[in-house]
Design a protein around this ligand. Structure first.
Ligand SMILES: [Zn+2]
Length: 92
């Protein structure tokens, strides 16, 4: 490992720390949100798996209570260009 590699490795470690800190902040915001509004979107909780879910319009977390109709509408309008919402525990 040369000095350039060491610099990059240090930066990678710092970036992972930022991700970790941001994930904790995000989980805290989501825990305290009362989810007053939602849209129905595709939600992915792990790589390769996704399903229609109610997504809070404020904190963007997946919330419970989706109806069969909302689920079907979401599958019907789903395209490759649809935005995918992901779990904050993704990749853990
Ligand atoms: Zn919310």
């Amino acid at each position: 490992m040369n000095s350039e590699h060491k610099k990059i490795k240090k930066l990678v470690t710092e970036l992972y720390d930022i991700i970790k800190e941001a994930t904790i902040k995000l989980e805290d915001i989501r825990k305290n949100c009362d989810h007053p509004e939602f849209t129905v979107e595709m939600f992915s909780w792990r790589v390769g798996s996704y399903y229609p879910s109610r997504i809070c319009s404020i904190c963007e977390s997946s919330i419970t209570g989706i109806t069969k109709e909302e689920e079907q509408d979401c599958w019907d309008k789903h395209t490759k260009e649809s935005k995918m919402y992901i779990s904050s525990s993704y990749g853990k």
